[in-house]
Design a protein around this ligand. Structure first.
Ligand code: NDP
Ligand code: GDR
Length: 345
C-alpha cells in the first residue's frame, strides 16, 4: 500500500530521457515517485539506475511497476496501486522516422494509450492532475513562425498525427469532465541522456568517437532541418510547474532560437577538436576536417517521407503564467553533450 504522507506521482516512460530527469526532480522535491517500466530482454533502466532503491529498504521513494500503454490491465494496476496525485504521461514510441515504419503500433501507444490512461483515471475516480507530453511535431508544416499555443497543427508523420489526437483527447477530458489535464507542447529537448538515434546525440556521439579514432564517418539525412533545441533538464521543470498552477491549460515550452542540423554539427565537431568546412551541395554535401578527411556525409536513407523543415517556439505564455524560462541554448547544449560523450569513452 502506498505511504499516505508524501505527494505521489506516477510517470509513464520513466526509463526515457525525460522520465529520468523528471524522476530526479520529483524525488528532490520530496515526492514518492512511481514509474511504469516495460519488460525488456535486456536492461532498459540505465537512465534511472542511479535513483534505484532496494525494495527491501524501508522508506524508499522510487517504486517501479511493470506496465505498457497498450495494456489496460497494467495501467489499471499501476494507477490503483500508486494512487497518484500527479500523473505524467511521457511513455511513447517517440522516434518520428520509426513511426513511418510502425504506424499502427505508434498510434496505439501514443494516441490510444492516452485514452486508456484517462479512462482508468476516471473509472477509479482518482483526484489527480494529468500531464500529457505533447509535441512541437504537431505543428509540422509551418503555417506561422514562431509557433505558439494558437498556431494550427499540420502533422507530418504517424507520430505527429497520434500526438495531435492525444492532445485533443486530453483537452476534451478537461472540458468535458473538469479533470485537471494539461498539454505541454514541448519543442525538441536534448541532453547527454538523449537516445543515440536522435540527431543531436547521434552527432555529439559521433564527433567524440571520431576524435578518438573509434569511428570514421557520420552519415546524416537532411542537414537543412532546423529545430528549436533546448535542454531536457530545464523542460521537466516546466512539466512540473504546469501541474502546480490553479487552472489547467496548455503551454508551449521552447527556447525561441533555432539552428540547423549542419550548425549543430559545427559546434559538436569543433568541441571535439575537429572543426569542419562544408563542401558540395545536396546529396554530395560533406563535412571535411582540416586534413581534408570527409567526416560527415549525407545518406538519403535518413530522409523522411514528409519532413518538418523548421520549428521555432514562442514560450511567452509559459514565461508569464508559469515563471518558466530556458537556461540552456543550443550551442551550450551541443558542447555539453559532446563533452559528456568524450568523457564516457
Ligand atoms: P524517450 O524515447 O527517451 O522515452 C520514451 C519512454 O517511453 C521510455 O521510457 C520507453 O520505455 C517508454 N515507452 C515506449 N513504448 C512504451 C509503451 N508501449 N508503454 C509504456 N512505455 C513505453 O522519449 P523522451 O524522454 O525524449 O520523451 C518523453 C515524452 O515526451 C515522449 O512522449 C515524447 O514523445 C515526448 N516529447 C519529447 C520531446 C523531446 O524532444 N525529447 C519533445 C516533445 C515531446 P523503454 O525505455 O522501455 O523503451
Ligand atoms: P525529431 O528529432 O524528429 O524532431 O523528433 P530527430 O532528432 O529525430 O530529428 C530532428 C531533425 O533532424 C533531421 N535529421 C536526422 N534525424 C535523425 N534522427 N537521424 C539522422 O541521421 C538525421 N539527419 C537529419 C530529421 O530529418 C529532423 O528534421 C524529436 C523526438 O524527440 C520526438 O519524440 C519529439 O516529439 C520531437 O523531437 C519534438
Amino acid at each position: 500500500m502506498p505511504d499516505p504522507s508524501p505527494r505521489r506521482a506516477l510517470i509513464t516512460g520513466i526509463t526515457g530521457q525525460d522520465g529520468s530527469y523528471l524522476a530526479e526532480l520529483l524525488l528532490e522535491k520530496g515526492y514518492e515517485v512511481w514509474g511504469m517500466i516495460r519488460r525488456s530482454s535486456s536492461f532498459n533502466t540505465g537512465r534511472i539506475d542511479h535513483l534505484y532503491q532496494d525494495p527491501h529498504e524501508p522508506g524508499r521513494r522510487l517504486k517501479l511497476v511493470y506496465g505498457d500503454l497498450t495494456d489496460t490491465p497494467s495501467i489499471h494496476k499501476a494507477l490503483a496501486e500508486s494512487q497518484p496525485h500527479e500523473v505524467y504521461n511521457l511513455g511513447a514510441q517517440s522516434h518520428v522516422k520509426v513511426s513511418f515504419e510502425t504506424p499502427e503500433y505508434t498510434t496505439d501507444v501514443v494516441g490510444i494509450g492516452v485514452v486508456r490512461l484517462l479512462s482508468v483515471i476516471r473509472e477509479l475516480g482518482l483526484d489527480c492532475r494529468f500531464y500529457q507530453a505533447s509535441s512541437s511535431e504537431m505543428y509540422g508544416r509551418v503555417v506561422e513562425s514562431p509557433q505558439s499555443e494558437t498556431t494550427p497543427f499540420w502533422p507530418r508523420s504517424p507520430y505527429a498525427a497520434a500526438k495531435a489526437f492525444a492532445f485533443y483527447v486530453t483537452r476534451n477530458v478537461r472540458e468535458a469532465y473538469g479533470l485537471f489535464a494539461v498539454n505541454g507542447i514541448l519543442f525538441n529537448h536534448e541532453s547527454p541522456r538523449r537516445g543515440e538515434t536522435f540527431v543531436t546525440r547521434k552527432i555529439s556521439r559521433a564527433a567524440a568517437r571520431i576524435s578518438r579514432g573509434k569511428q570514421e564517418r557520420l552519415y546524416l539525412g537532411n542537414l537543412d532541418a532546423a529545430r528549436d533545441w533546448g535542454f531536457a533538464g530545464d523542460y521537466v521543470d516546466a512539466m512540473w510547474r504546469m501541474l502546480q498552477v490553479e487552472e489547467p491549460d496548455d503551454y508551449v515550452i521552447a527556447t525561441g532560437e533555432t539552428c540547423t542540423v549542419r550548425e549543430f554539427c559545427d559546434v559538436c565537431f569543433t568541441e571535439a577538436g575537429l572543426p569542419l568546412t562544408w563542401q558540395g551541395e545536396g546529396l554530395t554535401e560533406r563535412g571535411v576536417d582540416a586534413q581534408g578527411r570527409v567526416l560527415v556525409e549525407v545518406d538519403p536513407n535518413y530522409f523522411r517521407p514528409t519532413e518538418v523543415d523548421r520549428l521555432c517556439g514562442d514560450a511567452s505564455k509559459a514565461k508569464q503564467l508559469l515563471g518558466w524560462e530556458p537556461k540552456v541554448y543550443a550551442p551550450e547544449l551541443a558542447r555539453m553533450m559532446t563533452q559528456a560523450d568524450m568523457q564516457s569513452l
